[in-house]
Design a protein around this ligand. Structure first.
Ligand SMILES: [Zn+2]
Length: 374
């Protein structure tokens, strides 16, 4: 591999590409042009996206949490309980099933860009390489928001118990205010920040690797595996883009998915140990993990790292539709967690050409192994 990575940095990792903005469409157009220049057949998938979905959810949590506390303070316990059930219930329905009372607010037409490379011999299966093009900016990164993630079930428990037990009423009020404000700051406050994330590691670098893979596999297709490249939008708003695609585009063949999210910072790779919703979770596919591990061992001469933490990526949408998938990210020295994602720190200076090259080679080797194994 000897790619002019620098030429991909400007269009894919040097500015925000937020859902519903012209910058995102600009990046998608660039990807389209690159794929066509590689001689590939390019298509689009259009869907109705909701760029403000999480911002609205945070606002709903703030209003719900403070109303709950106020009603409890006024000793209107049944009303407090009702508000609690409605707020918590509608947030879980929104996050886990895409059913929102406010789902039509600020809806815009969005799209993914896709390309397919047919197999050289009669096709037996499909391998999807995916990454997301869109970015977002939040007040907190994944580490800063972790305490709230951990505390949420405990706060909710206090809120429910406080409706039944007088002695816990104060604690319940405080829990409601804390959770409401915490979710507002986590989900909504990023809308007001001036410095936006350039989404270099999350996940412009993944898109760069995908373009390189598309060019290479386009030149020499796999034997019995057709390879599809999917550039998703709508990932940073609760994985709604990939969910929309999977709902309306049933995949006919035996399909497997290698999703890239957080690559480009290191030549060593990791895979995410699990993909989670609020109330359920999925494990990555074992066959994919084995092929990835073997390829990683071959190119890097040490095992691929399994993260100790779960995450929510586009692989989650595939797994919830029973399609084998795994998400690959960079493994930093000492297995450190990538900080400052969804913030202005996620800049192109974090991307290294060596990391992009190694990632491309490992994924190419993985694809060839999966193809040869059938
Ligand atoms: Zn991402």
């Amino acid at each position: 591999v000897s790619t002019d990575w620098a030429s991909l940095i400007e269009p894919l990792a040097s500015g925000p590409r937020e859902n519903g903005t012209a910058q995102l469409e600009h990046a998608l157009l660039f990807i389209e042009t690159q794929l066509k220049a590689s001689g590939l057949a390019v298509t689009s998938f259009e869907y109705s996206g909701h760029p403000y979905r999480l911002r609205i959810a945070g606002l709903l949590a703030l209003v719900g949490g403070s109303s709950f506390a106020w009603l409890l303070h006024k000793k209107k316990t049944p009303w407090a309980l009702l508000i609690l059930v409605i707020t918590a219930g509608s947030l879980v329905l929104d996050f886990d099933y895409g059913l929102s009372l406010f789902s039509s607010v600020g809806a815009v037409q969005e799209r993914h860009v896709l390309a397919l490379v047919p197999s050289a011999q009669p096709v037996q299966s499909r391998l999807i390489f995916s990454s997301h093009v869109d970015t977002k900016t939040d007040l907190f990164d994944h580490v800063q928001r972790a305490p709230l993630d951990v505390a949420t079930p405990i706060l909710l428990l206090f809120m429910f118990l406080g409706c039944a037990l007088k002695v816990l009423r104060k604690a319940a009020m405080l829990s409601g205010l804390t959770l409401g404000l915490g979710l507002f700051l986590t989900l909504s406050a990023g809308a007001f920040l001036n410095q936006r994330s350039h989404g270099a590691i999350d996940s412009g670098a993944g898109c760069m690797v995908l373009l390189e893979l598309a060019q290479t596999i386009g030149r020499s297709p796999l034997q019995h595996t057709e390879v599809q490249f999917v550039f998703f939008s709508g990932e940073e708003v609760g994985i709604e883009g990939s969910e929309a695609w999977l709902r309306s585009a049933p995949l006919p063949l035996k399909t497997r998915v290698l999703n890239l999210d957080g690559v480009g910072a290191s030549a060593s790779l990791a895979f995410l140990r699990a993909e989670r919703y609020t109330a359920r979770g999925y494990l990555p596919d074992e066959t994919l993990v084995e092929a990835l591990s073997a390829a990683h061992e071959k190119i890097n001469h040490h095992p691929i790292h399994r993260t100790w933490y779960p995450a929510s990526t586009d692989a989650r949408a595939f797994l919830s539709h029973r399609i084998p998938a795994v998400t690959v990210a960079s493994d930093l020295p000492e297995h450190e967690i990538q900080r400052g994602l969804h913030s202005s720190q996620d800049q192109s200076s974090r991307i290294s050409a060596a990391a992009l090259e190694a990632t491309t080679e490992i994924l190419l080797e993985t694809a060839r192994q999966l193809d040869a194994a059938q």
